[in-house]
Design a binder for this molecule. Structure first.
Ligand code: SF4
Ligand code: SF4
Length: 137
């Protein structure tokens, strides 16, 4: 049976080293949400990814995401897909040590329903249990 991890909004993953990649459509969505033109959004909130092939969200000086405000995400309703997908559609070995998501053993249909509700996407038939992105990548 698949395991669905129920996020507890502890915000640990918003403080880890790493990067939140922003595909073009997410830049548009975030800029619209903040009432900014895209060039201004890019200048204020993004940097190059480490491979210099795209854009990622800026970090604050303490390493937390630029959009983390206290215990809340300032762009929760339009947060990037990478944030929505963790930890059910990507994670890394040992993530449970710092992520407080509660693992729940569920049936396949319930798993698909819960993942879609959490991420907006149907899970692949065989959900990979390996990391897609590592903190610090
Ligand atoms: S965009 Fe929101 S959910 Fe994603 S890392 Fe930043 S604060 Fe966390
Ligand atoms: S995914 Fe895990 S680390 Fe991130 S906010 Fe939810 S419980 Fe915390």
């Amino acid at each position: 049976m698949p395991v669905f991890h129920e996020c507890q909004r502890c915000t640990a993953c918003c403080r880890w080293p790493g990067q939140v990649r922003l595909p073009g459509e997410e830049i548009t969505r975030l800029a619209n949400f903040l009432g900014l033109e895209e060039p201004e959004f890019i200048q204020r909130y993004t940097r190059l990814t480490r491979d210099r092939l795209g854009l990622a969200l800026l970090d604050k000086s303490d390493g937390a995401c630029i959009f983390l405000e206290g215990e809340n995400c300032a762009v929760q309703s339009v947060k990037p897909q990478q944030c929505r997908d963790f930890p059910n559609l990507w994670n890394f070995p040992g993530f449970e040590k710092t992520c407080h998501a509660i693992p729940r053993l569920v049936g396949a249909d319930e798993y698909a329903r819960l993942v879609e509700a959490a991420t907006g996407r149907r899970p692949p038939v065989n959900v990979p249990r390996v990391d897609r992105v590592q903190p610090g990548e």
